[in-house]
Design a protein around this ligand. Structure first.
Ligand code: CP
Ligand code: NVA
Length: 309
């Protein structure tokens, strides 16, 4: 059975298939011709962290596909009171057709998946945010003119960085990551991505200088400097990350047709200036909408894999 925990477990062809399916379903929706690909199915959505986009896109997506999404906050289910992950996984997967989880440690979703009898989707862990990257690449396909993408990721070496590393490594494009010293991406994940990149020809570059990363890039992206769970570090990080804001001066050094991506929520005039976020090169709201379409593609794709078993 296939879960969707990281892009590491997927081939280039599979990633592109899922996105193509999402684009086809998007076209159906826009033409008013919605097909109930998942009629009568249920998706359990377990949230141990806040969410706007992930919750709304999965719940709406499931409804549009003819199914139903159950929002399960950790505050309301026994998981939050100490019922073991392996028990929760067996119970929920005995009643639902798919499970989406947003949690802290990546090992928790791995444990859940090991005990689940239905596909488990990662809706963000401390280590990865793979569904976001499906939407991000879909947005690049729609908005970027570049044949050979050069992506510059500026900021914290976090779950988004790790997911960009895996996407670039799998698809074979150039990714330049600029982080402050001490805030680099996880060394073990970098090593895995470098290993995968050998086969795909991806170029993965690392620097502490945002200008070096952005020069000539066709996509510029960033993320919050303090992720969920790091609230207490926020003040300190604001000082440490000075000089890493994506502003007009930095964007001006990218390719003239470069697009700006951000998974959102964005903190204006911290990791990105108000002018860049709201500027002509920013496609962040199309990117957010694409969460809906890309994840519908993913859920239909996973369902097809289930039927093949
Ligand atoms: N980008 C993203 O996952 O947003 P939410 O935290 O609002 O779900
Ligand atoms: N890195 C951020 C992404 C939010 C969608 C976080 O984990 O909080």
């Amino acid at each position: 059975m296939r879960h969707f925990l990281t892009l590491k477990d997927y081939t280039k062809e599979e990633i592109l298939d899922i996105i193509s399916l999402g684009l086809a379903i998007k076209k159906e929706l826009k033409s008013g011709n919605t097909i109930r690909h998942l009629s009568g199915q249920t998706l359990a959505m377990i949230f141990e962290k806040s969410s706007t986009r992930t919750r709304v896109s999965f719940e709406t997506g499931m409804f549009q596909l003819g199914g139903h999404g159950l929002f399960l906050s950790h505050r309301d289910i026994h998981l939050g009171r100490g019922e073991p992950v392996k028990d929760t996984a067996r119970v929920i997967s005995s009643m639902c057709d798919m499970v989406m989880i947003r949690t802290f440690e990546h090992s928790k979703i791995e444990e859940f998946a090991a005990y689940s009898s239905v596909p488990v989707i990662n809706g963000l862990t401390d280590s990865y945010h793979p569904v976001q990257l499906l939407a991000d690449y879909m947005t690049m396909m729609e908005h970027s003119k570049a044949k050979n993408p050069v992506v510059a990721y500026i900021g914290d070496g976090n779950n988004m960085t790790h997911s960009w590393l895996m996407l670039a490594a799998k698809l074979g494009f150039e990714l330049r990551v600029a982080t402050p010293k001490g805030y680099e991406a996880d060394a073990a994940i970098i090593a895995q991505a470098q290993q995968i990149a050998k086969a795909s020809g991806a170029l993965l570059r690392f620097t502490h200088d945002p200008k070096t990363a952005v020069r000539g890039a066709t996509v510029v992206t960033t993320d919050t400097w303090a992720s969920m769970g790091q609230e207490e570090e926020k003040e300190a990080r604001l000082k440490i990350f000075e000089g890493f804001m994506v502003d007009d001066a930095l964007m001006a050094t990218a390719d003239p047709d470069a697009i700006f991506l951000h998974c959102l929520p964005a903190y204006r005039n911290q990791e990105v200036s108000e002018s860049v976020l709201e500027g002509a090169q920013s496609v962040v709201f199309d990117e957010a909408e694409n969460r809906l379409h890309a994840q519908k593609g993913l859920m239909v794709w996973l369902n097809k894999q289930q039927k093949r078993q």
